[in-house]
Design a protein around this ligand. Structure first.
Ligand SMILES: [Zn+2]
Ligand SMILES: [Zn+2]
Length: 182
């Protein structure tokens, strides 16, 4: 394997595109961007920048896309959460809608829907939908979430906070978000 940096030796060191404090003679073999040993990725066709090597996470590579996707996902999660709060008996279907609806909406705005940071963002959005549904439910039932323990099992049942099946319904969308962006 020939090291692409050889071709550029003599061009003089320049600051790395990602690490301005690092002087480098390496350049990406595809786009020519200055890269340093910290961010350069060794590929069969030479050293490449994280963007060209495809190793940069979707979030870091496309911050604007990520914000738009998160916003769109948040709308779906909020709608599912509101629906869940008003019709708790359909918990299983709301859980599916919250999970699949949110991630599929986010995917529409993302070029590369993958990465642990995306997983985290999607899970936070889904959790927001779940919490929202419980807050709405508590409001409708006149129960203060903070004082829930005083109300006992009856209130927990009314609020759909039992381990089975309610906790499973809550885990479902989180799992969907985690698997989809893995
Ligand atoms: Zn490149
Ligand atoms: Zn660098």
């Amino acid at each position: 394997m020939t090291d692409v940096s050889q071709a550029f030796v003599g061009a003089g060191p320049v600051p790395c595109a990602d690490h301005p404090d690092v002087e480098t003679r390496l350049r990406c073999s595809r786009c020519g961007k200055p890269i340093c040993p910290r961010c350069g990725v060794r590929t069969p066709v030479g050293m490449r920048c994280p963007d060209c090597a495809g190793t940069r996470s979707s979030v870091a590579a496309n911050p604007t896309q990520t914000v738009v996707a998160a916003g769109a996902g948040l709308v779906v999660a909020a709608l599912a959460g509101i629906g869940w709060g008003f019709y708790p008996a359909w918990g299983f279907y709301w859980a599916l809608l919250l999970g699949f609806g949110t991630v599929e909406m986010m995917v529409r705005f993302l070029r590369k829907p993958r990465g642990s940071d995306l997983q985290a963002i999607a899970i936070v959005i889904v959790l927001f939908g779940i919490v929202l549904s419980r807050v709405i439910l508590a409001q409708r039932l006149g129960v203060e979430l903070a004082a829930l323990s005083e109300f006992g099992p009856a209130a927990q049942r009314a609020l759909n906070l039992r381990p089975v099946p309610d906790l499973l319904f809550a885990v479902l969308p989180v799992l969907i978000a985690w698997v989809r962006f893995r």
